[in-house]
Design a protein around this ligand. Sequence first.
Ligand code: ASP
Length: 365
Amino acid sequence: MRKIKRREFIRNGAVAGMALPMAPMILKQSVVKPLVIASANGNRFKNGGNVTAVQKAFTMMTGGSDVLDAVIAGVNIVELDPLDDSVGYGGLPNADGVVQLDSSCMHGPKKRAGAVGALEGVRTPSLVAKAVMENTDHHLIVGKGAQDFARNMGFKIEDDLNTENSRKQWLEWKRRTDPGHYLDPKKRAEAGKRAALEMLAEGLIREENLHGTINCDGINSRGEICGVTTTSGLAWKIPGRLGDSPILGAGLYVDGAVGAAGSTGRGEANLFNLCSFVIVEEMRRGAHPKDAGMEVLTRIKNNTIEKRLLNSRGLPNFGISFYILNAKGEYAGVTMYEGGSFALCNENGPQTLKSEPLLQGKPSD
Ligand code: ASP
């Protein structure tokens, strides 16, 4: 006789109405109110059309599309929109002026995943991440290999994904930093940070786009959960730098029976703590999305001890946010500092809601 797995046993038992001991995991609900959650840019950019990412994803999902197809179609709007300079086409480039994109996606029900890192020349890295998932035995392809793979899969490779704006901002950054560029790391960090802060103060760039990304996760009425994260990464990064976005467990994690989590913000802090994985594991143990999110924000705070990463209060001097949903259709947007927001679409339409902060004040206080 086939051995019945614990989860199957619980699910079948629950259907048959058997009395069961409390299980330390979230059970898949048979009917869930569908929803899509995303970073705030998921309800801002429309790429000249009529709908935002969360609207598009929600409409497709509730119309019967696969949840991953739906959330990717949503983030494609932002990837293609030159006005969002943190994602896809027109994303702020790396230190050499080259736009390098990262993306990951996970399919809950199929238990499959794909990701690309430091991909050049393709506006929609999320679709290449999906092609990795569908066409290879691998989970992550980076650099030139990722571009060759994309070309072989029929994606159009463009010479340059800069827009006039992203090129202009890069030139300005370059002008303000040491032209030698690869300096003593401390000096380079200081020069780069000073230039970035000046440019923020002058309104040339927006804070969310120094660190910017879109993460979008959805659950349909059958409780099927998928997620995608896509980004141009940290502005002016060292070429080849990968952030958290393409790393499963960091920028995105989906367990089809438990939930999904994804992030935007300082990727290094997330890579060090593998937060999306931890969030999903916390939810598996029964934590509400908000509490699971607060747990990882607290870990990040406690693991941030380098002086250069601390503000005058001894707290992290950077922002990081998470977008979380569980298999019951509960959700949360959480963030290190007050003032953040996230996008949501459910039966009430697209909304931008306040994220729950761990800390008061600003990263720079
Ligand atoms: N988390 C991404 C990264 O570190 C981008 C961001 O949101 O800043 O590459």
